[in-house]
Design a protein around this ligand. Structure first.
Ligand code: PEP
Ligand code: MG
Length: 580
């Protein structure tokens, strides 16, 4: 058994069969074969070996012709391995007597060899391990026929283990079958992590290299609470986690009773509890869990996972579905927040050296006016069907806000001229997620109807720490006193000006921070739908004065670690059984 530690980004436990995707997205499929398929599968194996040998021979010949025999010699080692009788026998034996699939057998046998080379010191040995992975990939490509596995087409329950998943790949996972995922890279605030929470599946990122230690079909456990992946679990560990799954189910059932109750503190202060969504389909989860509205609709996800640009009708269809489903409850539509890690295709590294500091979000929208206007028209049209509010992301200067408002006014005038209905008085707000916005709150209050604090970005920009980089994940925390001061400044400025302010970053959906945030004066939370019941439960179990004392104590503490430890203690006093 092996227990690997990564970064916990979406809670819950998942136990099941691994679907392994290496850094080319190559899938190693199921493990076992029906008994009567053995002979056919051996035939497939031999054909794959023959095809791989022919390919390498061909490559060798090409290189020999162009560069000379000495350069072609590097292929000889590959050929020698592919023709190695012992390797053939080993793989055939797995297929014959254990009924393993050829893919699984190839992967298992070759990874075992590669591991031996990896364990030996020296550059030469590491290179040999890479040669073996190369041979494995070549054989698998011949066995599987294609390289990139369509993640959206998984049809049996699996736990996805991958080098990396982009936010759009994650968004296309079907949570019925993809029961959880683990990636080698990725940081705590990445959108991949956020989407996992939205899907409600356990996820761990930034675990480091581990894919060579696991094969498709192996039973693995994802512990999304502790940020762990368990490979080759023993019976005792499996029993322990099965028990945990049961416990979590019964906690979820207990929380269901809160659905119709308001998020009201013990001393009668009503807290607004809204949901964050990425897709129209998530509205149902918000309703099921009794959310007061949609506090953040990440509309940019309509762009991810598709090749062409959505039309105004595509936008409108999605938005009007959400607005109508919420039946009069407010829906805050955030305008396009594309760029950085939310790209349709992987950016060319030459394009942006610092994508999170570059042309993303409102900046990108303002440079692509037609695209922006198309979206705004659709949002405005949807505003005729319910309570819609517009929110601009990543605003960092007043001028930027004014420019965005001008595009909105243009779109309104166009619709008016064409006689198309929309809500002329719809509220316009902005996200507070850049330190410059916090510093200039006293000016921004003059120009917007509401604010929402985006702690995911505010944390990264306040602390200069990339939210999606595992190597600095230890620094990425909203509990840092500097971030807390910024939050407090924003809350204070909004309160002074009597402008509504909410919080929609991941911090607001983490029960660890609920008492602190209430104590700092926050009265409106927008959280991932799965977190609504837990946050409601905390709100209903505490009084504001008690929370203010918590905030007062936190102000005196020096670092994030001490603050988190203290908040854990306080939460444990209210809920001794809370899984932390
Ligand atoms: C945030 O930055 O806190 C936020 C809610 O926006 P996103 O996570 O989509 O960047
Ligand atoms: Mg953001």
């Amino acid at each position: 058994m092996e227990r690997l530690q990564g970064i916990a980004v979406s809670p819950g436990i998942a136990i099941g069969e691994a679907l392994v995707l290496d850094n080319e997205g190559f899938r190693i499929p199921r493990r076992f074969l029906p008994r009567d398929a053995v002979e056919d599968e051996l035939g497939r194996l031999h054909s794959a070996f023959e095809a791989a040998i022919a390919e390498v021979e061909h490559n060798r010949q090409q290189v020999a012709d162009q560069l000379g025999d000495e350069y072609a010699a590097i292929f000889s080692a590959h050929l020698q391995m592919l023709r190695d009788q012992r390797l053939h026998e080993e793989i055939e034996e797995m297929i014959r007597s254990r009924h393993y699939s050829p893919e699984y057998s190839v992967s298992r046998a070759l990874r075992r060899y590669a591991k031996v080379f990896q364990s030996l010191e020296g550059h030469y040995m590491a290179e040999r391990a890479n040669d073996i992975f190369d041979i494995e990939k070549r054989l698998l490509r011949n066995l599987l026929g294609r390289a990139r596995e369509e993640l959206s087409r998984i049809t049996s329950p699996v736990l996805v283990l991958a080098h990396n998943l982009t936010p759009s790949e994650t968004a296309n996972l079907n949570p019925r079958f993809a029961m959880g995922f683990v990636t080698e890279i990725g940081g705590p605030g990445s959108h991949t992590a956020i989407v996992a929470e939205g899907l409600g599946i356990p996820a761990v990122v930034g675990i480091g290299p581990f894919l060579t230690d696991v094969s498709g079909g192996d039973t693995v456990i994802i512990d999304g609470d502790q940020g762990q992946l368990v490979l080759h679990p023993d019976e005792e560990t499996l029993a322990h986690y099965r028990h945990e799954v049961e416990e979590q189910r019964s906690l979820a059932t207990k929380l269901e009773v809160l659905r119709e109750l308001p998020a009201e503190t013990k001393d009668g202060v009503r807290i607004a509890l809204m949901g964050n969504i990425e897709f129209p389909t998530e509205v149902a989860q918000c309703q099921e869990r009794g959310a007061d509205g949609i506090g953040l609709y990440r509309t940019e996800f309509i762009y991810l996972g598709r090749e062409d640009d959505p039309t105004e009708e595509d936008h409108f269809e999605a938005y009007s579905h959400v607005v109508r489903s919420m039946a009069g409850k407010p829906v805050i539509m955030r305008t396009l927040d594309l760029g950085a890690d939310k790209m349709r295709s992987l950016p060319d590294p030459e394009d942006e050296r610092n994508p999170f500091l570059g042309l993303r979000s409102i900046r990108l929208a303002l440079r692509n006016r037609d695209m922006f206007r198309t979206q705004l028209r659709a949002i405005l049209r949807a505003s005729a069907e319910g309570e819609v509010q517009i929110m601009f992301p990543l605003v960092s200067t007043i001028i930027e806000l004014r420019q965005a408002r001008m595009v909105l006014v243009d779109a309104m005038e166009d619709l008016e001229e064409a006689g198309i209905a929309f809500d002329r008085d719809l509220k316009v707000g902005m996200m507070v997620e850049v330190p410059s916005a916090v510093m200039m709150m006293d000016r921004f209050v003059e120009e917007v109807d509401f604010f929402s604090i985006g702690t995911n970005d505010l944390t990264q920009y306040c602390l200069a720490v990339d939210r999606s980089n595992k190597d600095v994940a230890n620094l990425y925390t909203a509990a840092d006193p500097a971030v807390l001061r910024m939050i407090e400044m924003a809350l204070h400025a909004a309160e002074q000006a009597q402008i509504p302010i909410s919080m929609c970053g991941q911090m607001s959906g983490n029960p660890l921070y609920t008492m602190l945030l209430l104590g700092l004066g926050l009265r409106s939370f927008s959280v991932t739908p799965a977190a609504v019941p837990e946050i409601k439960r905390v709100c209903r179990s505490v009084a504001i004065e008690q929370c203010e004392q918590v905030a007062q104590r936190v102000r005196k503490l020096e670092g994030a670690r001490a603050i988190k430890a203290y908040l854990k203690e306080e939460l444990a006093k209210v809920f001794p059984e809370f899984p932390m």
